[in-house]
Write a protein that binds this ligand. Sequence first.
Ligand code: C2G
Length: 126
Amino acid sequence: MKKVLTYGTFDLFHYGHMQLLNRAKQLGDHLTVGLSSDRFNQEKGKTTVHPYALRYEFLSQIKYIDAILCEESWEQKIDDIQKNAIDIFVMGDDWQGKFDFLQAYCQVIYLPRTPDVSSTQLKNLL
Ligand code: C2G
């Protein structure tokens, strides 16, 4: 079984998020999503509309997500990869190069971002 891992805030869940998760799942057989905690988002300098519990609930409804873990730090990725026997780490290419150090542990793939949609844009519409 080929296991895929990705991370994100997934605030105001939208088409860009769905496309990323869908393509990530198509790279393997099992998809784990690391969902950023509210505290970690503060560390990332991100304010969210939806708290962790609601963002978790959105992701838990998606049938092609097999597991969700809490992302609480930048440093947990290697441990998450090893503990979950991850084969492929996937992120949108706005992160291009930022996680190349993980190539020592698994395949690293950056997928093109979906243009013209973002949580920030949607937030500004509220
Ligand atoms: N994404 C995308 N297209 C968009 C918007 C987002 O492909 N229009 C992708 C991003 O590239 C990312 C994922 O969807 O791979 C989640 O995006 P965010 O929720 O904005 O995640 P981010 O805040 O970038 O957190 O440790 C990594 C961080 O937790 C990533």
